[in-house]
Ligand binder design. Structure first.
Ligand SMILES: Nc1ncnc2c1ncn2[C@@H]1O[C@H](COP(=O)(O)OP(=O)(O)OP(=O)(O)O)[C@@H](O)[C@H]1O
Ligand SMILES: [Mg+2]
Length: 453
């Protein structure tokens, strides 16, 4: 569960508390309360309340007053909480689902909220150009960054993948923190996500870094994400490549030397490194390229000794990737195409957004309509559902049909589908939800039929 709180006016960072609630990913508490976390982005304008007071008093009190149950999503700020109204941009509950059995409800007495307060950086990426062909050799963000806000929530996997990654990272940082001897227990802080194109691997890496930057803010006051452009490292002037790698890691090294800095290094499409290495070994590429890959591996090994760095990598190759590089990864998680439930949820979130923005209209004045989740739809007898969703069952039914038709489409294609459907409706300025969903179905069928085999 997350609560995010932010001052729209911006300003100084709030003081960082000595200790921030319990560590992330903690299990059920002894008193049978579920430990959930809440993220806040916050700025105390008048300094009347400090960060820790907000975490431990104001937000929990507000939540207690407000709700009998907890479900993921934004929490409206009460009109009588002036301090919050003035200083807080958003309060959001998240990650409560991991504790909910059979998609039930978390009641207030089962919950011990953990509040995280953060302020989003609006700086955007800083780029470093590689010189000769002006490719950026890496991008750098200060985390948590505005552009990754909401990405974690938008990624839908049925398999508990997100939770697994979060728990892994929490353990890795804890082992380091406690000084576990790496000769006795070894861990590398390297994650590899592999799977077909468009399944959200890169987005998930960035969202994970963002999430961890928020959860570990009490330990690491600064967080950075460095996205390495692996292609650009293979400069067309190979002799330059070695220098580029050295320069890049010199920069990362400087970041990690600051012990309050948590650094995430994202190397996308690592298979390009593998390919270069293989080609070099077979003699079809200049031997310089193998030097670059080796330099990269050496530098990564060097980085391993620093406790405050996590390396995130992605690859499109789904079969065994046999490079020395991959061996180093602790977690090699397969990210597959979305299941029926994920497809339904992706399309549902798209439709919900189009209704919110009034691009798609509901004839019964459903601006605030909540479309049923997949589980609700599957779990409720149809008579109840049609009462709850007075637009009859047509909308959820059509949405489900579309999700079924979309089997085989990637998450990326699914998120594009509503746009393509809108472009295909007869009157784009008046788009009724039923008509829209029918067009969505036709568009989905066409996309599937036209997809390259
Ligand atoms: N499971 C999913 N749930 C929600 N959105 C998804 C999912 N999978 C992909 N997407 C959406 O698809 C878009 C593309 O994702 P991303 O670029 O991270 O995929 P990728 O796996 O890195 O692709 P590639 O292998 O081509 O680099 C993102 O905007 C993301 O929101
Ligand atoms: Mg990618």
């Amino acid at each position: 569960m997350e609560v995010s709180v932010q001052n729209p006016a911006g300003g100084e960072e709030p003081p960082v508390p000595e200790k921030l609630a319990e560590p992330a990913g903690a299990p059920l508490l002894a008193d049978d309360k579920v430990l959930v976390s809440e993220n806040d982005s916050f700025h105390s304008e008048r300094g009347t309340l400090c960060y820790s007071q907000l975490c431990s008093l104001v937000i929990p009190k507000m939540l207690e007053k407000r709700s009998l149950s907890y479900t993921d999503g934004p929490v409206p700020l009460p009109n009588d909480e002036l301090f919050l109204l003035e200083n807080v941009r958003r309060v959001q509950i998240c990650d409560s689902d991991e504790w909910v059995q059979n998609h039930g409800i978390l009641l207030f007495w089962q919950v011990k909220p953990v509040v995280y307060v953060y302020q989003l950086s609006e700086d955007g990426p800083g780029e470093e150009l590689s010189g000769d062909d002006m490719f950026a050799s890496f991008n750098e963000w200060i985390l948590p960054a505005k552009e990754f806000d909401g990405v974690w929530e938008s990624l839908i996997y049925e398999t508990g993948l997100k939770q697994r990654l979060l728990c892994y990272a929490a353990s890795a940082l804890l082992f380091t923190e406690k000084g576990v001897d790496p000769c006795l227990v070894s861990w590398n802080r390297i994650i590899l996500l592999h799977g077909p194109p468009g399944t959200g691997k890169t987005s998930l890496c960035k969202a994970l870094a963002q999430k961890l930057s928020i959860r570990f803010k009490s330990r690491y006051s600064q967080c950075q994400l460095v996205e390495v452009n692996a292609h650009s490292l293979f400069s067309k002037w190979f002799s330059e490549s070695g220098k580029l790698v050295a320069k890049l890691f010199q920069k990362i090294q400087e970041m990690v030397e600051e012990e309050n800095n948590l650094v995430f290094v994202l190397i996308d499409e690592v298979e390009s490194l593998a390919a270069a290495r293989k080609a070099a070994l077979s003699g079809s590429e200049p031997s310089d390229s193998i030097r670059v890959v080796n330099a990269l591996l050496t530098q990564m090994d060097r980085l391993k000794s620093w406790p405050n760095v996590i390396i995130l990598t992605t690859s499109n190759i789904t079969t065994a990737i046999d490079i020395a590089f991959v061996d180093r990864a602790d977690i090699k998680a397969y990210v597959g195409p979305p299941t029926i439930q994920a497809r339904y949820e992706i399309l549902r979130s798209c439709l919900q957004e189009l209704i919110r923005t009034e691009i798609v209209s509901c004839s019964q004045g459903h601006e605030r309509v909540m479309l049923p989740t997949y589980t609700t739809l599957r779990g409720t007898p149809s008579s109840t559902t049609s009462q709850e969703f007075p637009h009859s069952l047509d909308v959820p039914k059509l949405l489900l049909e579309a999700a079924e038709v979309c089997q085989g489409l990637s998450g990326r294609s699914l998120r594009k589908l509503p746009f393509l459907a809108h472009a295909a409706v007869a009157n784009p300025y008046y788009c009724d939800v039923i008509k829209f969903l029918q067009t969505l179905l036709e568009t989905a069928r066409r996309e599937i039929a036209e997809a390259p085999s």
